[in-house]
Design a protein around this ligand. Structure first.
Ligand code: ATP
Ligand code: MG
Length: 315
């Protein structure tokens, strides 16, 4: 959690204010992403992943509000960016592939028309130049240039998702946020898309904030990762460490809830109704570059009964 991060989030708290009650969707969250690093953010539905992504891009709308903390990107205070600065920041510095993005393509415009808009809106290029770049971009994600003339419904789900990813990297952003990029796709296409993202990342060198609840995918792709629960980070460290030596019972339960993509067949254990935490304390170091929230005695007792598969060594 040093200062040389491209993205540096400190003590971020985001709330949705309601008439009756206020939900703290993100609660005192800190993490950083280095240049060229793939950072995975995992956690079950509703734990606050998309809220973090939306906050980074300053897309929060009422009743959501940043209640505390800071977001620095390349040394700049993201929460203080004004209108024109924000316009430059989005797409050029940080681009996002939204949850179910492939369904967000405009059905009445061709792929080419939609892609062209990105270039003409942000760069001083002619229509012809923009079209040439769109063709190159499509080829980069293994789609034939001829498809620029297609409408979204004429492409498969996987192709539409590739188009959306191509659009996100169009202006060569320094960071790409992928919010559940493959959730709606079948496993084979999912694998192809992730391979594509890996290739693009190696080629273009951008950093990635990869959001998913699929731990197998996350471990495959990420260098570092954090596991969230109810707005809090419960564990953070190198993806391989969390995979093999998770310190928190919740991380282990989440790891066990997904089949590994490669390697031996293992018996799966679901998350279970019982893996509920009542209190999540601040992270404490548990190893090199590895932090986990200590489990309260109260939670430890109820969790121990539920997660029968988790071995000892719990801190
Ligand atoms: N507009 C809103 N108004 C009130 N509460 C909201 C709103 N949007 C999200 N929340 C709440 O904020 C919390 C975090 O939601 P968020 O969408 O960030 O979760 P997530 O981790 O992305 O979940 P998923 O995996 O389902 O996408 C949830 O408890 C949700 O109910
Ligand atoms: Mg989400």
């Amino acid at each position: 959690m040093s200062n040389d991060k491209l993205l540096d989030i400190k003590n971020l708290t985001v709330q949705y204010r309601g008439d009756v009650r206020t939900t703290t969707a993100v609660d005192d969250v800190s993490f950083g992403i280095a240049e060229g690093e793939i950072f995975g953010l995992a956690g079950e539905s509703g734990c606050g992943k998309s809220t973090i992504a939306n906050t980074i891009l300053r897309l929060l709308k009422y009743p959501a509000e940043v209640a505390g903390g800071s977001i620095m990107f390349n040394g700049r205070d993201v929460l203080a960016l004004n209108g024109e600065e924000l316009r430059q920041f989005r797409w050029r510095e940080v681009a996002m592939v939204f949850q179910s993005a492939m369904n967000s393509l405009n059905p009445v415009l061709t792929i080419g028309e939609q892609m062209r808009d990105i270039f003409t809106a942000h760069l001083p290029v002619t229509k012809r130049e923009a079209d040439a770049r769109c063709g190159e971009l499509l080829e980069m994600v293994q789609i034939d240039q001829g498809r620029l003339k297609s409408f979204p419904h004429q492409l498969s789900g996987g192709m539409r998702q590739r188009v959306v990813i191509a659009m996100a990297v169009a202006l060569r952003p320094r960071m790409l946020i992928l919010d559940e990029p493959t959730t709606a796709l079948d496993v084979v296409v999912q694998q192809e898309i992730m391979a594509e993202i890996k290739t693009l990342q190696a080629e273009l060198g951008f950093s990635v904030l990869f959001i998913t609840h699929d731990m197998s995918l996350m471990v495959e792709l990420s260098h570092q990762m954090a596991v969230m629960y109810s707005g809090r980070i419960v564990e953070q460290g190198p993806a391989s460490t969390l995979h093999h030596r998770a310190a928190h019972l919740y991380t282990r339960a989440l790891m066990n809830a997904f089949p590994p993509i490669t390697g031996e067949r293992v018996e799966l254990r679901g998350l279970g109704e019982g893996v509920r935490l009542r209190r999540i304390d601040n992270l404490a170091p548990v190893g090199p570059n590895h932090w986990a929230a200590p489990i309260s005695d109260e939670d430890r007792m109820s969790l121990a009964q539920q997660s029968t598969g988790a071995e000892g060594g719990q801190q």
